[in-house]
Ligand binder design. Sequence first.
Ligand code: HPA
Length: 261
Amino acid sequence: MAAFAAFARTAAALAPRAAVVLGSGLGGAAAAFVERAAVPFGAVPGLVPPSVHGHGGTLAVGEWGGVPALLVRGRVHFYEGHPWEVVTGTVRTAAELGARRLVLTNAAGGINPALSPGALMAIRGHLKLLGPAAWRGLAAGDGSVRPYAARLIEVMRAHERAGGRELLAGLYAALTGPSYETPAEIRALAACGADAVGMSTALEAEAAAARGLEVAAISCVTNKAAGIGGTALDHAEVLTNAALAVDRLGALLGALIRAPY
Ligand code: HPA
């Protein structure tokens, strides 16, 4: 508790505007972040340490391109057995520490054939297929909740266009996991319009939007989804391929943090 109190004082003095959550293997995207203080998740009230390799689990405060910001390295997932209140604990903490914008990142499988390992995708909507009654969520589709700020999607697309790249703004299917999907499940998700698939982000995005934060999210494609690439998936491949996009991801995060508030 003492560690968190000291951290919270530093954060209050810096007054962070944005918070960035870095997913599996994406830690390298924060090269531009200058850290002032950090605490492990375990020292933050309401948070628990992650149990998955590649998810660090620290909350840091500092500056990113001169803008005061929080950096969440790692996350806990629904499949680790936590209720959604714990999964969204970092978002709640970021909001309480004053962040007004949340940028979520994740590693994802590409369903849209245009998404190969190393590609980035701006998330414009999601299918929240998490939890015991997961597929019932399809009845609501992605029309019922719109957590992703259109303005920030435009910031991302303009930034990529300036670098000569087209950024797909697509639909992210969030599944419970922890196992990867079957090829048949991927065909079903494709029929529902999903462009990418992963096991995070949707709950955090909804929790942040409900608190009035402006939300942006980026999928970093680490593999073609099951049955699309023809090769078997594994977590080691996900971590290796996440490294392909970290520099581009870091630049995109910088653009999101600097965009007018
Ligand atoms: N499926 C689900 N989650 C993922 C994948 C995938 O193919 N790749 C990275 N995270």
